[in-house]
Design a binder for this molecule. Sequence first.
Ligand SMILES: Nc1nc(=O)c2c([nH]1)NC[C@@H]1CN(c3ccc(C(=O)N[C@@H](CCC(=O)O)C(=O)O)cc3)C=[N+]21
Length: 305
Amino acid sequence: MSEIIKPSGKKALLIDGKAASAAVLARVAAETANLAHKPGLAVVLVGEDPASQVYVKSKGKAAKECGFHSVQHDLPATTTQAQLIALVESLNADPAIHGILVQLPLPKGIDSSKVLETIAPEKDVDGFHPVNVGLLSAGLTERALVPCTPAGAMLLIQQAAKALGRDISGAEAVIVGRSNIVGKPMAQLLLAQNATVTVAHSRTKDLPAVARRADILVAAVGRPEMIRGDWIKPGALVIDVGINRVPGEGLNAQGQPKTRLVGDVALQEALDVAGAITPVPGGVGPMTIALLMSNTLQAAKRAAL
Ligand SMILES: Nc1nc(=O)c2c([nH]1)NC[C@@H]1CN(c3ccc(C(=O)N[C@@H](CCC(=O)O)C(=O)O)cc3)C=[N+]21
């Protein structure tokens, strides 16, 4: 599995999330080929956010590559909460659908938590339903569906720790960010592997000093390059969950200013200090999509029992 760990030309090793994601997708496709009934994934997109359209397209592509039954529902930005809930209820009742993902963010005026709570917990492949949140925090991961981004980040941590000859058990893990989507479930997953877990956030006093304690540092704040090289303990395993689009140099083919993706970690500085780090792009992002397929397969297998 250590073909996912690559030299960077600097001190740190690079963790190749694209290679790790390809391995997960290959396993999901191989298992799917042996099933009597195809796993079915429904992705619901409300409105026309261009970034969301890109993500939803790559989810549909991955689902087809895994041999899934894949459907996409595109609803106008004017969709009401009641209409969206009615669609979710029809997908809950559809036996060909095992996974339902409602792409976030939803347009203003729609209460996301109301919508997410309508999804049948056993079809909640995002792992955002309170039942799945509860199962994860109770350590009942055999029955839970675990949120895709932290689950993918955890796989990268396990594979990188193994390649570096490090133990997760007993390690100091610091997560910067306390969102329901990444920070909190990431804390549960690291705790389940016996790490000593700190969840730091915008009100944390002396954040750089807290980050510097970390053997495993997970950045999930959504602020471009906030975490500098001198926030990182030498040799630390650094997982960058941030995906921030910032202005780049020059113009694209359409004459628009170019943009580029950066993480929450200043990568070039981190490469001189860390033991291993996930790049952006090509790190945690591709794992999110792979774990969505893995969750859908799991939901389909449980439905067939
Ligand atoms: N209900 C819901 N579930 C989600 O899982 C969800 C969501 N809503 N809303 C938006 C975020 C974002 N997200 C990403 C998935 C893949 C990449 C990904 O593959 N990124 C590539 C680059 C992609 C690019 O070039 O833009 C990379 O990091 O290498 C990024 C972000 C899932 N999300």
